[in-house]
Design a protein around this ligand. Structure first.
Ligand SMILES: C[S@@+](CC[C@H](N)C(=O)[O-])C[C@H]1O[C@@H](n2cnc3c(N)ncnc32)[C@H](O)[C@@H]1O
Length: 362
């Protein structure tokens, strides 16, 4: 299995991202406006093609080595001509590779394998799924009304849909875990956990991020806190990662209360799901649980005020269409939320794959 190499130092990644932004802008400017519009509209084709490859298990089928179109089609249960056309496109944009007249994995498509330690398969399956597609169909309605596509498509709020359709909720939880596998190394490398004794991951899903933090910090203890049906998946993850003896798992509702007795409260991708009033309620429950020296670390994207392309601008529309109430925020907007909850924004930290917003009691 080709495992991706460890992340280089932060300043190197940051310089590359800046250079990539400049090159990307130049690259986009190199085609006429009509071609740019056409290329932009291809985004759906890439999302759906990746989702189909992941759904079919193409990368898993190629795990043991290159296969011909016929052999691969037989393994994954596909029409050979259609599968070859799917792979021809995906190879041309950097996923999978050709090895003579056979198909093979490259470092990128390896991440579509179910059993890869950094697998992104669940994320790709989530964004390519029929029900997320049904929600995205409602984007024009969301833009007109400011309300969620989930409500328009399914008649209920996003997290109610996750609760009412356990198989859909499981796809979402797995996608969140996959996203956390991506962000965790950056969080562990970029934030100093040394001074803390017990960390609570509020809305911590099935514990993927916290397991990585506890592994990287052997003296630290933790609490994963999320809805009861979601944290039900945490004990298995914590046991597999060898940190179950240092981590409690607590089910509950963060609008009602948050566990006490921790000196660091992490909230990754939580306030971006909610409007300002709801976010203030969550942060107030966190502040009520905090001891005087405790800190809060929000892990979110900080939306730049410039016109730069930034993942948070994509995530912002995803929040609009999925949750309606959710949004990505600028640094002053996080500061304003914190102040309303009796907290103070102490510093913003560039963690590369995420931004950290550190809050203390005001
Ligand atoms: C966008 S996901 C982020 C999960 C995790 N922090 C991560 O980054 O992978 C939002 C999380 O909030 C949890 N959540 C939603 N409503 C909640 C509530 N009322 N109380 C506790 N957790 C809740 C969801 O179950 C979900 O795990």
């Amino acid at each position: 299995m080709k495992v991706t190499p460890p992340n280089p130092p932060g300043w190197v990644v940051d310089s590359f991202l800046r250079a990539r932004h400049v090159l990307g802008r130049t690259f986009r400017g190199m085609v006429p406006a009509t071609a740019r519009v056409l290329e932009g509209s291809f985004g759906l084709i890439e999302t759906k093609s990746l989702g189909a490859a992941a759904d079919l298990g193409v990368a898993d089928a190629l795990a043991s080595g290159p296969l011909s179109t016929e052999a691969l089609s037989e393994r994954v249960g596909a029409n050979p001509d259609a599968l070859a056309r799917l792979l021809r496109l995906l190879v041309s944009i950097g996923y999978f590779a050709e090895d003579g007249d056979r198909w093979t994995n490259n470092a990128t498509s390896e991440l579509l394998r179910e059993d890869h330690p950094e697998s992104m398969r669940a994320w790709v399956v989530f964004l390519g799924s029929d029900w997320v597609g049904t929600i995205w169909n409602e984007l024009p309605a969301s833009i007109r009304t400011g309300r969620s596509g989930t409500e328009a498509a399914f008649g209920m709020e996003y997290f109610d849909l996750m609760q009412q359709r356990p198989e859909t909720g499981a796809v979402f939880d797995a996608a969140m875990a996959a996203a956390s596998r991506f962000t965790a190394p950056f969080v562990c490398a970029g934030y100093d956990f040394a001074g803390f004794t017990r960390v609570c991951d509020v809305g911590g899903g099935t514990g993927t991020l916290l397991a990585s933090i506890l592994t990287a910090n052997p003296g630290l203890r933790g609490v994963v806190f999320d809805l009861p049906e979601v944290v039900a998946g945490a004990p298995a993850e914590l046991a597999t990662r060898g940190v179950a003896d240092r981590c409690d798992v607590i089910g509950g509702d963060f609008f009602a209360s948050v566990p006490r007795g921790c000196d660091l409260y992490l909230l990754q991708s939580i306030v971006h799901d909610w409007d300002d009033d709801s976010s203030v309620r969550i942060l107030t429950r966190v502040r009520e649980a905090m001891d005087p020296g405790s800190r809060v670390l929000l892990l979110e994207g900080i939306v730049p005020t410039s016109t730069v392309m930034h993942p948070s601008k994509y995530a912002d529309l995803l929040m609009l269409v999925l949750t309606g109430r959710g949004r990505e925020r600028t640094e002053p907007e996080y500061a304003a939320l914190a102040a309303r909850a009796g907290l103070r924004l102490e510093r913003a930290i560039n963690l590369l794959a995420r931004d950290g917003i550190e809050l203390v009691v005001a």
